[in-house]
Design a protein around this ligand. Structure first.
Ligand SMILES: Cc1cc2nc3c(=O)[nH]c(=O)nc-3n(C[C@H](O)[C@H](O)[C@H](O)COP(=O)(O)OP(=O)(O)OC[C@H]3O[C@@H](n4cnc5c(N)ncnc54)[C@H](O)[C@@H]3O)c2cc1C
Length: 453
């Protein structure tokens, strides 16, 4: 297998690093590249939509799985789909999730806020979506996958076969081997369009009330928070909820973004002024006269607002940006979210894309899966160097004090101690790490040390 010396970049554009990369065209060549006799460590790579360093292995090898893009089988009666690791969620929506004449159809059981992620990437981070409170993580809907290890073993992993590797690989950050193909269970929905509502709210307490009222009957819920509003307006935002609209068909969204951010600007287009202006405008997006809007239409705008423009991450300029996402258990959720919003407001470093959501009870099958019952807050901050790192460190400390944890797929800074405290199954997981797999993230949080490798 030939490798090229190529630069790969995290989605937050903070880490750019040369890698020896190969892009196997078949599962057979992918499997042989895992067993190739070289000293370098390796890591699978999907569409690189992870914001931090979980998908990078600077100085080592990357096995870029984008060409493993074949559908293998789909049973229209049961919704069971088998495909190669590099098939994207956008591909599944476009090819498989087409409406029947009555508007109903098969749908992804769980989707993150971007459809431009691969099936293997979705498994390795055990991604969640706006319906976590009802349907849990992506991994809950994975029936089995084929995993190749550096010792040459090619294993079918499921809850009953090689079960320990199954549970370690779901949310296993690509460190247990290379996923070659997977079988997932799609979900039958009565309509592929969605009924959606946006509700403006004034306080953090309102968010928790709206989430409590909505979670039983609305499949998709999340709120945008104006994280520059302080004082009496602290925690104000817009609560969005949606559910399948029975009998109404919707065409799938395109397999590639409609537009692409055309340039790499030499300076960030986001700064305190633009973030403040954006937040003030967004807060008023429902208009002055109403606080509640309702619509029925395609799910694309509700699920994937950021996918409309490809490479939107370039707007943050050459210094890039940090994402931060935590989850805090229910008992401390409101107090911790309030404290974090106060810290952010006081710092003046606002985030445009601040999303607050409740996770529910459905258990993740992954030993290292991020979600747990509680509230999750996702933020992005333009990288301004030390002040941004200082802010992230305060948010991390509040999360840890509240018994919460950070999401590796979004993280670029958490300490090894924070990681260890947040993920109690770390030592059990470490026993399943493949000794020849590594990532920048694994080195940063001492995961390989935990595995004794
Ligand atoms: C706009 C946007 C919105 C997002 N919203 C959400 C959200 O709502 N919820 C959420 O959970 N996440 C969200 N994410 C994060 C994203 O869903 C995850 O980072 C996802 O894992 C990215 O998949 P990818 O195919 O790009 O994989 P990459 O980022 O390339 O890799 C992710 C992980 O998968 C591993 N991997 C890749 N291929 C293989 C393979 N064949 N075998 C084994 N391991 C492999 C990599 O080593 C790495 O650890 C969002 C990202 C963006 C850009």
């Amino acid at each position: 297998m030939t490798t090229r010396h190529s630069n790969y970049t995290s989605w937050g554009r903070i880490l750019h690093a040369p890698h020896h990369a190969s892009r196997p065209a078949s599962t057979e060549t992918a499997a042989s590249s895992v067993t190739a006799p070289t000293e370098a460590t390796m890591l699978g790579h999907g569409l690189g939509r992870s914001y931090g360093d979980v998908a990078l292995n600077p100085g080592g090898r990357l096995i870029d799985c984008r060409s493993l893009d074949r559908f293998i089988a789909f049973d229209r009666a049961t919704g069971v789909l088998t495909c190669e690791a590099g098939v994207t969620l956008a591909d599944i929506l476009a090819v498989i999730c087409k409406p029947d004449p009555d508007g109903s159809g098969w749908m992804l059981p769980v989707t993150p806020g971007s459809r431009f992620v691969t099936v293997a990437g979705a498994i390795a981070n055990d991604v969640h979506g706006k319906n976590h409170h009802l349907h849990g993580t992506f991994g809950r809907h994975v029936r089995e996958f084929d995993l190749v290890r550096s010792d040459g073993a090619r294993l079918v992993c499921s809850p009953t076969e090689n079960a320990e590797l199954f549970h370690a690989t779901i949310g296993g950050l690509g460190l247990t081997g290379l996923i070659l193909r997977a079988t997932i269970q799609l979900r039958r929905v009565p309509g592929l369009a969605v009924e959606a509502e946006d509700i403006r709210f004034d306080t953090l307490g309102d968010f928790f009330r709206l989430a409590g009222e909505s979670d039983a009957t609305w499949e998709y819920t999340a709120a945008w928070i104006d994280c520059l509003a302080g004082g009496k307006s602290l925690g104000r935002g817009i609560f969005s909820r949606a559910r399948p609209a029975p009998g109404i068909a919707a065409a799938p969204p395109p397999r590639a973004p409609r537009l692409s951010f055309p340039i790499k600007p030499p300076m960030p287009l986001t700064n305190t002024h633009t973030v403040r202006a954006f937040n003030a405008l967004y807060w008023r997006k429902l208009g002055i006269a109403t606080t509640h809007t309702r619509s029925v239409g395609p799910y694309e705008k509700v699920f994937y607002p950021l996918d409309a423009i490809g490479h939107w991450n370039r707007a943050y300029g050459p210094a890039g940006f940090y994402q931060f996402q935590n989850v805090v258990p229910l008992a401390h959720a409101e107090a911790a979210m309030r404290e974090m919003l106060q810290v952010i407001t006081a710092s003046g470093q606002g985030s445009m894309l601040s999303v607050l959501k409740m996770f529910g009870d459905p258990l993740s099958p992954g030993l290292m899966s991020f979600p747990m019952p509680g509230a999750t807050l996702a933020l992005d901050f333009p990288n301004r160097g030390q002040p941004t790192l200082g802010l992230l460190s305060r948010l991390e400390a509040i999360t840890v004090a509240a018994g919460g944890r950070l999401y590796p797929a979004k993280d670029g800074v958490m300490t090894a101690a924070t990681f260890r405290q947040g993920y109690p199954e770390i030592d059990r997981f470490a026993r399943s790490i493949d000794p020849r797999f590594a990532s920048s993230f694994a080195r940063r949080v001492d995961l390989r040390a935990a595995s004794g490798i």
